[in-house]
Write a protein that binds this ligand. Structure first.
Ligand code: PGA
Length: 302
C-alpha cells in the first residue's frame, strides 16, 4: 500500500496541470522548493518518475499521465466530501471556481460582492477570459461554473439563461449615422468595423449576424478589449457591436451613440454553464440559487 498524502496529490495535480513548478508554487502560495520536495517524495513512494524535464519544459511520463487522470477524479471526490461535511455542519464553505467571459466583468461583480458577504466561508475564484479560453476550461473541467453569452452546442453541458444580454451597434456621437432612424443593417456593410479579438463571444455574435443576413463585414481593426473598442469608436475609428452592459456608468459614453439600426437592440441571454454529469458542489449550487434569486442586483443602479 503506497503512503501518499493528500497534499502531495494536490501539488502534483497543480504541477501537472500547469506544467511548471514555479506557477504551481504561485497558485498554491508556497515556495518552489516546497513543491519540488512534495513531488520528490511522491515519486519515491510511487517508485517511478512522474515528470521529465527536457530543457526548460516539463512533460508528464506515462506514470505521470496515469496519476494525473486519477488525481482529477480523486481530488474532485474529496472536494465534494469536504463540502458535504461542511454542509452537514450547517456551514456553507469551500472554494467556488467560476470562469466568465470578459464582458461579464461589467455586471458579475455586483452579485459577487453581496454573495461573499452572505457566505464568508465561500472562497470565490473568478477567472475572466474571452469565450474561447472559457470553453477550454470547460473542456478540461477546471471550474464549477462557466458564464458566457454564447453557450457551446456540445451535448453534455447544461446552459441556463439567467440575465438578458442586449447588443447594440455603437458609433461616435458625431457620426453621420447617429442622427438617422431605422438604419437598414445593409447600410452597415459600408462602415468600417472595430472587432473584438478572435475567440471573443461578442465577435462571434456579430459575425454570425452578418453571415445570417448574407452581408460582408468591413473590418478596420481588431482590439482585445471592450474598453479599447469604446475608445476607438469614440475617436471615430469605426463602428462596433457591443453588449449594452459595457456602456453603463461610463463617462466616455457621451462620446458614443447607440445607432438606431433595424432589428436592434438584439436581445440575447447570459448563460451559466456546467457539465451535465457533474453534480454541482454544494457551494456551486448555493451560488446558482443565489444568482437566480438576486438577478435584480445585476442591473445597473440608475
Ligand atoms: P466575450 O464574450 O467577452 O469573449 O466577447 C461575450 C459573450 O460570450 O457573449
Amino acid at each position: 500500500m503506497m503512503r501518499v498524502t493528500l497534499r502531495q496529490l494536490q501539488t502534483f495535480e497543480c504541477v501537472a496541470r500547469l506544467l511548471s513548478f514555479s506557477r504551481a508554487a504561485e497558485e498554491m502560495h508556497v515556495s518552489q522548493p516546497t513543491v519540488s520536495k512534495q513531488i520528490k517524495l511522491l515519486q519515491e513512494e510511487i517508485g517511478l518518475p512522474l515528470l521529465d524535464q527536457i530543457g526548460k519544459r516539463l512533460y508528464l511520463t506515462e506514470a505521470g499521465k496515469e496519476l494525473y487522470a486519477t488525481c482529477g477524479t480523486w481530488l474532485h471526490t474529496w472536494g465534494r466530501f469536504e463540502q458535504t461535511i461542511a454542509d452537514m455542519k450547517g456551514v456553507k464553505q469551500g472554494r467556488l471556481a467560476i470562469s466568465a467571459v470578459t464582458t461579464t466583468k461589467y455586471f458579475l461583480p455586483r452579485i459577487l460582492g453581496p454573495f461573499c458577504q452572505q457566505y464568508p466561508g465561500i472562497d470565490v475564484s473568478l477567472e475572466v477570459l474571452n469565450r474561447n479560453r472559457v470553453l477550454e476550461r470547460l473542456a478540461t473541467n477546471e471550474d464549477d461554473l462557466y458564464i458566457m453569452g454564447v453557450p457551446p452546442e456540445a451535448a453534455g453541458v447544461i446552459a441556463e439563461p439567467f440575465f438578458e444580454n442586449i447588443l447594440v451597434v455603437i458609433a461616435s456621437a458625431d457620426h453621420p449615422l447617429a442622427q438617422r432612424k431605422r438604419i437598414p443593417l445593409k447600410a452597415l456593410e459600408k462602415e468600417p468595423f472595430i472587432l473584438r479579438e478572435s475567440g471573443s463571444g461578442t465577435r462571434l455574435l456579430l459575425e454570425n449576424m452578418f453571415k445570417q443576413h448574407k452581408l460582408k463585414l468591413n473590418v478596420r481593426m481588431e482590439l482585445g478589449s471592450n474598453e479599447a473598442i469604446k475608445q476607438a469608436v469614440a475617436g471615430g475609428l469605426g463602428i462596433s457591436l457591443l453588449s449594452q452592459s459595457t456602456l453603463h456608468l461610463d463617462p466616455s459614453q457621451k462620446e458614443i451613440s447607440i445607432l438606431n439600426v433595424q432589428g436592434f437592440p438584439v436581445k440575447r441571454d447570459w448563460y451559466v454553464v456546467h457539465h451535465k454529469d457533474k453534480q454541482p458542489s454544494v457551494v456551486a449550487q448555493t451560488f446558482l440559487d443565489y444568482l437566480l434569486d438576486h438577478i435584480t442586483l445585476l442591473k445597473p443602479k440608475s
